[in-house]
Design a protein. Structure first.
Length: 311
């Protein structure tokens, strides 16, 4: 991996998750909510997935949410954090299906090709430096016609906090630094899936808005989730306290409601794609369409460059 691709300090990501694991049950609402939405999407597929991987499992929220759903016979949970992996193992101990848990890095998957019928990932891939490379490894780890179903935080996540921190740093620290991690743009996600060799990619997104007592309550929640800043180029010292208090004041002034609470946006991007297989549907080659677009739209067809006659 080149230095230009290294945005996140992966060891720091693991330490943040290790620290958060002990009290995760009081801060795991977002993981549980998105796990429910992933499970609902999995229910749209009328097929079974004998062997599945939960990549970036956190505390095992997805395994618990799935329960006996999804036609999964055996589930493997993995996380970058050893403490999170232990919590996931404890959470899934009473589940009816066989479950194994291990520590692994999404950037260096330890699995043989064609190991899984399904790979799931719930809010972990936004911490990956080389996302195309990680997606390519997942495609290789899937069996032909295996399914990838993932959720990651997208570009509008924490837009209110990011704006307030940027304004505060300009006012108090004479410059900007990346205090909130960057997030992928959902518009590029489909291209990334195709670049990684997936077939039939589908990308959609939604936004969850959560209300907090103030900006510091939000920051405390992010710490409890293990989602605090791990950008390599983050500011490490110098006026941190003043910047945070200034940001909290601006957050409340610009976004606060009448009761003094502030909203936080979580933009969740969902990725659905398949490992290639000969039996899958394929788009027609140019010129092979059986119905003209003009017929479908109920309009007249004109040569390129022509304009409609004036009325």
């Amino acid at each position: 991996m080149t230095d230009s691709m290294r945005v996140f300090d992966r060891r720091l990501v693991a330490r943040h998750r290790d620290r958060a694991a002990a009290s995760l049950l009081t801060h795991d609402f977002l993981f549980r909510e998105v796990a429910e939405r992933l499970a609902d999407r999995l229910g749209d597929f009328n097929r079974t997935f004998p062997c599945a991987l939960d990549l970036g499992c956190h505390g095992g929220e997805l395994a618990v949410t799935l329960g006996q759903r999804g036609g999964i016979t055996h589930l493997i949970q993995s996380d970058l954090s050893a403490a999170m992996a232990r919590r996931a193992r404890q959470s899934s101990a009473a589940l009816p299906r066989p479950t194994n848990t291990l520590v692994c890095d999404e950037e260096m998957l330890p699995f043989a090709p064609a190991s899984f019928d399904l790979i799931l990932s719930c809010l972990s891939l936004h911490w990956v430096n080389d996302l195309p490379g990680a997606l390519a490894q997942m495609r290789v780890a899937l069996k032909p016609d295996g399914l990838l179903l993932a959720a990651m935080l997208g570009g509008d996540t924490l837009i209110e906090l990011r704006t307030a921190l940027a304004e505060a740093e300009i006012a108090r620290a004479d410059g900007l630094s990346p205090r909130v991690s960057p997030f992928a743009d959902s518009r590029d996600a489909g291209a990334l899936l195709q670049r990684a060799g997936f077939a039939l990619p589908v990308v959609d997104s939604d936004r969850l808005t959560v209300s907090y007592r103030n900006a510091f309550a939000l920051m405390h929640e992010l710490r409890g989730m293990g989602e605090t800043n791990a950008v390599i180029e983050r500011r490490r010292a110098g006026g941190v306290r003043a910047v945070l208090f200034e940001a909290a004041a601006r957050y409340a002034a610009h976004h606060g409601d009448g009761a003094g609470r502030v909203p936080a946006t979580f933009h969740v991007v969902y990725l659905t794609a398949w490992a290639p297989h000969a039996a899958q549907q394929k788009p027609l080659a140019p010129g092979q369409a059986r119905t003209r677009l003009a017929e479908a739209l109920g309009t007249s067809e004109r040569p390129a460059g022509d304009t409609a006659a004036p009325k």
